[in-house]
Ligand binder design. Sequence first.
Ligand SMILES: [Zn+2]
Length: 70
Amino acid sequence: MIEVTVKSKKTGKVKRGSYSARELLQSNEEDIIDDMTKCDCQPVGETYVVECNCCEEWEEYDLEIKEGAE
Ligand SMILES: [Zn+2]
């Protein structure tokens, strides 16, 4: 597995995830970031739209990719 670390430049918050090489090849960076930084906020009312600003934290980030043990 490959260890991916993303750090928010705004708040310094860090998220980690691990992906297989295949997963990384089949996704683009944006998808990986979206997947790692998605929040648990619930949709408001009867819409399916989640209205929160959590993603703003991740507009600027540092990405680190480390190959771990197989
Ligand atoms: Zn949120």
